[in-house]
Design a protein around this ligand. Structure first.
Ligand SMILES: *[C@@H]1O[C@H](CO)[C@@H](O)[C@H](O)[C@H]1NC(C)=O
Length: 344
């Protein structure tokens, strides 16, 4: 897609120079130099749906481990802070059992570009109460700052007034399941998938098709949808907390955080993300050094209600009768729910 080429060869060369000069090693997130967030400091290929990424293609993607297992994704937003989803950090989980892997490409192979940090603190949004509630966002402070490289680089945080138009092609990345209950095969290469943004109204309309009245789903104000009405391509378990990266003006912005969905890749059930810009002031209030960026104007949203109105009667009947809502619960945590552990 054209959006992936927002940063021209000149920009890339400039970034490469800055990296080699070591200019971005400490100050990222401090006032003034944050404009270098959200660039991928290397040439890259085209994205197709649900494919292996290239090393260094999504350098803000991190893997969050709990007791040594990958459970969630996250996004690097400065040299010491990661954004993820609150549901990845249940209250009874000890912070000391978490680790963050940065610069990883294949989770099962060693790479010298990879580095690991423990977690100094987790700040979950106080309004997150349970699955599907608002506020599914958490800030993680790494035990010590990381050095930026072509494999480890922060993404831009969108300012509160950011608006990403419907239909914008964004990319979700993660090491999660490739289908419900089907885990990613070794060597677990980071997966990427292009997904168009869907308006909240249309997304609520879609989630009402074949809805189970006992388990209503509601796309709240702080949520963003992206994906395909037909299904088949979506984020899934283990992707939670990871980035929905959207391009604007030559930078990538953390438009959304993988939050939940109703199964993965089911028809009329696009992925639901926490709308990061809603929490710009909460983020700054907690971590003053994190500076949300004003997102350049990309274009107006066109109405997309036709995505939903084409369905209804025709498609309503059988296909989705068995559907039970499945949160994009991270691997391992899902097991944890079945066999609760108490840790303090
Ligand atoms: C967002 O706010 C900034 C100033 O803080 C302003 O320059 C920009 O035009 C605003 N963008 C939109 C889309 O309103």
């Amino acid at each position: 897609m054209a959006q992936r080429e927002g940063l021209g060869p000149r920009g890339l060369a400039a970034v490469a120079t800055l990296i080699s000069l070591g200019l971005f090693q400490n100050g990222m997130g401090a006032k003034g130099d944050a404009v270098s967030c959200g660039i991928v400091p290397q040439a890259q290929g085209r994205i197709t749906g649900g494919s292996n990424s290239d090393p260094g293609q999504w350098p803000w993607q991190v893997s969050i481990n709990y007791n040594g297992e990958h459970v969630c994704g996250g996004s690097l937003v400065s040299d010491q802070w990661v954004l993820s989803a609150a549901h990845c950090f249940p209250r009874d989980h000890s912070t000391s059992a978490y680790e963050v892997k940065l610069g990883a490409h294949q989770l099962d192979s060693f790479s010298s570009s990879m580095t690991v940090r423990t977690v100094a603190q987790v700040i979950s949004h106080p309004s997150y109460l349970q699955e599907g509630s608002e506020g599914d966002i958490a800030l993680l402070q790494l035990s010590s700052p990381v050095t930026f490289s072509r494999y480890i680089w922060p993404i831009c945080l969108p300012a509160a007034n950011a608006s990403f138009p419907n239909g914008l092609q964004c990319t979700v990345t993660g090491w999660g399941h490739v289908a419900p209950s089907v885990s990613l095969q070794r060597p677990r290469t980071l997966q990427q998938l292009e997904v168009p943004l869907i308006s909240r109204e249309t997304c609520n309309c879609l989630y009402n098709i074949d809805a189970n009245p006992d388990e209503p789903h509601f796309i709240q104000q702080d949520m963003l949808c992206a994906g395909y009405v037909k299904g088949g391509k979506d984020a899934c378990q283990g992707d939670s907390g990871g980035p929905l990266s959207c391009p604007a003006g030559g930078h990538w912005y953390l438009a959304g955080i993988v939050s939940w969905g109703d199964a993965c890749g089911a028809p009329n059930r696009p992925g639901v993300y926490t709308l990061t810009s809603t929490y710009a002031s909460w983020i700054q209030h907690n971590v003053a050094e994190l500076q949300p960026q004003v997102v350049p104007h990309i274009g107006e949203s066109e109405p997309d209600s036709d995505l939903c109105s084409n369905y209804g009667a025709l498609n309503a009947a059988p296909a989705w009768g068995l559907a039970r809502p499945i949160l994009l619960l991270p691997l391992g945590l899902t097991l944890g729910l079945l066999r609760p552990r108490l840790e303090h």
